[in-house]
Ligand binder design. Structure first.
Ligand code: ZN
Length: 325
């Protein structure tokens, strides 16, 4: 075979190979944890990027482990989801850069006040921020004050949903608290509130249910206790197949409560552990005696996946992990 023809044949084969691979890959939702240390599950880890098969990318609860708006791991961010206003979710401070500090003792020395990590990323990436309850006016005001577009703050209140970039986003109940730290308010009012020990009222804390374009329905618990809605709404109405469940105890459900939620109420096909508030893994393996281990052992009806920072997992429409788990 003359050389040009052979090259053309090889090129044609490469194109065919790509075409053959695409329809399979394109059906999965990719989930990438942006935690404190690559390959581990660390105390402050909350942030997850969800990538729809259509390319829409959503960042859930950036918190403190996303190293600010310039973190190179972010890439394009179309939508930011913030379950509630506490600093470890909204992001009152953040790592200097990915992998700064250690898993047990992360370096979170960069303040993001008074804006928050979530707002700084939204400004940098021109992302929409979709929240429920009474949080949207806060985000609209922050965007406007910093030269952004207040219309990028979008409401999805309990019971309804909005569709952004082909992903349907609903908020659901979370039994928690949602006070806005006066440090985000600042000025005389912020100082007076701080001195009085009271927080700003931005309504109830929330969780989310996402429906991706491939049909995968995903429940993001946010910080919550056990709620009847986890059965009545998230299981029976939305029929979530993938769950992200907080397991840290003290502030949210611990391993015993979270496993009950998964086994008896939500009943998903897969669950990603989150918000452990401990060193969950060492060398990428679940640490013996950890809350993460207790949760893995207590879940009986679903496959448990531990979010290792930077390691992308792929889920198909049925909630089954198709790659990376
Ligand atoms: Zn909280």
């Amino acid at each position: 075979m003359p050389r040009p023809t052979r090259i053309a044949t090889l090129a044609a084969l490469a194109v065919l190979g790509t075409m053959a691979a695409l329809p399979v890959l394109a059906q999965n939702v990719k989930v990438t944890p942006l935690g404190g240390i690559d390959g581990e599950f660390c105390p402050q880890d909350r942030a997850l990027i969800f990538e729809d098969p259509n390319g829409t990318r959503l960042l859930y609860d950036p918190g403190r482990t996303v190293a600010g708006a310039k973190d190179p791991r972010l890439g394009k961010i179309d939508v930011i989801l913030v379950s509630h206003m506490h600093g470890d979710h909204l992001g009152n401070a953040h790592n200097k850069e990915p992998n700064s500090g250690s898993c047990a003792m992360p370096d979170m020395s960069v303040s993001a006040l008074p804006n928050s990590v979530a707002v700084n990323i939204a400004l940098e990436k021109k992302s929409k921020i979709v929240t429920g309850s009474e949080m949207p006016p806060f985000f609209a005001a922050k965007l406007k004050a910093n030269g952004g577009d207040p219309a990028n703050s979008i409401l999805a209140r309990f019971g309804g949903s909005v569709t952004v970039g082909g992903v349907r986003i609903a908020t659901v109940t979370a039994m928690h608290s949602n006070g806005l730290d006066p440090d985000y308010i600042g000025g005389d009012l912020g100082k007076a509130m701080k001195d009085a020990g009271i927080a700003g009222d931005v309504g109830l804390a929330t969780g989310y249910v996402l429906r991706f374009s491939n049909g995968l329905v995903t429940y993001l618990s946010g910080d919550t206790g056990i709620t009847a809605d986890q059965d009545l709404v998230i299981n029976k109405h939305y029929r979530a197949k993938l769950a992200v469940m907080n397991i840290g105890d003290g502030f949210t459900t611990g391993p015993a409560e979270a496993s009950y939620v998964i086994n008896e109420l939500v009943k998903p096909v897969s669950v990603i552990a989150s918000h452990a508030n401990e060193v969950g893994t060492v060398g990428g393996k679940v640490r013996a005696g950890s809350k993460t281990e207790a949760f893995v052992k207590a879940v009986t009806g679903a496959a448990v996946h531990v979010p290792l920072s930077g390691k992308t997992m792929e889920f198909d429409a049925s909630g089954k992990c198709a790659a990376g788990c």
